[in-house]
Design a protein around this ligand. Sequence first.
Ligand code: SF4
Length: 382
Amino acid sequence: MTAVNLLEFDLEGLAAFCEKLGEKKFRATQLFRWIHQRGASDFTQMTDLAKSLREKLATTARVEALPVVTQHESKDGTIKWLFDVGDGNAVEAVFIPEDDRGTLCVSSQAGCAVGCRFCSTGHQGFSRNLSTGEIVAQLWFAEHFLRKHLKRNERVISNVVMMGMGEPLQNYSALVPALRTMLDDNAYGLSRRRVTVSTSGVVPMIDRLGIDCAVAMAVSLHAPNDALRDDLVPLNRKYPIAELLEACKRYLAYAPRDFITFEYCMLDGVNDQPEHARQLIELVRTHDVSCKFNLIPFNPFPASGLLRSPQPRVLAFAKTLSEAGLVTTVRKTRGDDIDAACGQLAGDVKDRTRAAERMAQRRASERTIVLHPVRKTTPLEH
Ligand code: SF4
């Protein structure tokens, strides 16, 4: 029998596992604390558990992190890990330290089926969903590694964003127990405001998440109208902007924050013009969604054929939104020297299912959005 990796379980799942071993449910709480709060993986260390339970665990269970393929640390303190998830697939997690918080960006899938044009992960195609344990393992490893690395006894990671590789709401059944573990006071004890799920707009699952585990919500919007969003975020063809914004409004009834964050990746000549800012203002006014905008500098990669918007244009765009009363931030780039943007390292491991080719074919055959010509003389930034 293969030993079960206990990182797969939220507390309820672990209690059920303990019951199967003939143990009282409360033993699960002790075990959960050992694993997640103390980073223990060796059952012999768990001295307040009965010897008989430790012996049963030794033959039926394990606590195992994902193998680390690479670890890169930026000059600014950002650390990026590439984890091996088998069959030539790898996923990334990134730690971003700031003065008042430590954020871990976590992956939910190996690759991604949504295929956003500006996303390196999307260009690599989809391999498979991560299990709950593979999602939690990123946090478990990072938290306990960082405590040793930074010589800190207290918690280092204060925020988790599900913004790494994959569309979390297309891996819903694994995601929810992982979120519950993040929130559990016997594990990481993160508040619902400090755990963010970022989605490209899987409308039915936004509604379900509100009921099952309402955490903060970020939506990858990236375009102010359906014609452009159909091209940049193909899921828009299934769930157009109006449906998405109505789902956001419904989610706010459950959300721990009173706004949705709209992520908007600034693409030179594509979605960064003054009329796009005006359309965005009109859009959120029409749907009356309480929101904040986060403008994101694009991390160019050759297969995208897209470029980063110049900073003055980004600032002008932000100013237009702000002057209309919309809270707008411009994301600072972090870890540029280690390619910290999602998907940039994993793409070196494997180009899944030749997705780049398929995307190029799709673009050639489908309705074309007129893009600003790529300026060949401008070096791509990495
Ligand atoms: S931006 Fe998110 S949803 Fe879109 S392809 Fe990348 S990982 Fe998938």
